[in-house]
Design a protein around this ligand. Structure first.
Ligand SMILES: C[S@@+](CC[C@H](N)C(=O)[O-])C[C@H]1O[C@@H](n2cnc3c(N)ncnc32)[C@H](O)[C@@H]1O
Length: 276
């Protein structure tokens, strides 16, 4: 289905193509990190011009790598809580539920703006959105439809950059106050990361320069101050994760060099995992 038959998307909503194209391009590599065939299929079917993002293979691999780390958090959560609830905040056109296959006793909810949920219905098979919530994440009302007596895992991939620190803190607070317990994971952005996106936009980051709102988080423990129940489980520095072995030789060497330093690793791909 060509993109011009889809609902009109704002520049913020359009960023869903960036991450989708990243995962699609990763799938076309000889040794994919994530192997997201559905992303590849949608980008091909929609005939989306992914070249406009200037995505280079290393950027595509980074997008796929952090998605994989978030998938793992959700998979491990459902192994321990088969009756749990999963939320993908700002899900875009991601079909995470198909990659992680939660147990039938679990429930999975994808949340994004109404236009994006309409695009999901057009482009993705129904099984990719067991439950869809068409809402602005900053609107407190969307949580009202969700159960309050089951543990929850919440992931946000490529989303917090578009929320202000105040939005993020109140969103996390509302989630924690809603569910009895759970886990939250999102890809982090350091202050340097945000600064670089604004001042030295290159390739894919050009698309997000003017709509980034998050001010950056250097120390993942700072988020523990957002809510008394929020505790850091792990700062996942992707430079130190096993998938680096799949990188092409020069990138692998460069990444392993960076992995020696946590500070340098934080300039790149980081996934922050908390419990409450
Ligand atoms: C970069 S895309 C990532 C999409 C998806 N998580 C992925 O990995 O492909 C950012 C997504 O966040 C959504 N988003 C950003 N701010 C939002 C908000 N306040 N409420 C709902 N969705 C939001 C956008 O509509 C977009 O789909």
């Amino acid at each position: 289905m060509p993109p011009n038959t889809l609902p009109a998307l704002t520049p913020l909503q359009e960023t869903l193509w960036l991450t989708l194209c990243g995962r699609a391009l990763d799938n076309r590599l000889p040794r994919p990190i994530l192997g997201d065939e559905m992303a590849d299929e949608i980008v091909r079917e929609a005939g989306y011009d992914y070249k406009k993002f200037g995505l280079i293979p290393s950027a595509a691999m980074n997008i796929a790598h952090r998605a994989k780390k978030l998938d793992e958090v959700a998979e491990r959560f459902f192994a321990r809580h088969p009756d749990g609830v999963g939320l993908d905040l700002g899900a875009g056109l991601d079909s995470r539920v198909l990659r992680i296959s939660p147990p039938p006793t679990a429930d999975w909810h994808d949340i994004d703006f109404p236009e994006v949920m309409a695009a999901r219905r057009q482009l993705l098979p129904a099984r990719a959105t067991p439950h869809g919530i068409a809402a602005d994440l900053t609107d407190p009302a969307w949580l009202d439809t969700l159960p309050t007596d089951r543990p929850a895992v919440i992931v946000a991939d490529g989303v917090i950059a578009f929320l202000s620190m105040e939005d993020m803190i109140s969103l996390v607070g509302r989630i924690i106050d809603h569910f009895p317990s759970g886990e939250i994971a999102f890809n982090g952005y350091s202050r340097f990361h945000v600064w670089a996106q604004r001042h030295v936009p290159m390739g894919a980051t050009r698309a997000v320069r003017d709509i980034t709102k998050f001010s950056g988080l250097d120390d993942p423990r700072d988020a523990e101050r957002w809510h008394p129940k929020l505790k850091l489980v792990k700062e996942i520095l992707c430079t130190r994760e096993p998938e680096v072995a799949l990188f092409p030789p020069v990138l692998r060497w460069w990444t392993r060099l960076g992995a020696q330093s946590a500070a340098v690793s934080r300039w790149g791909n980081v996934v922050l995992h908390y419990r409450f």
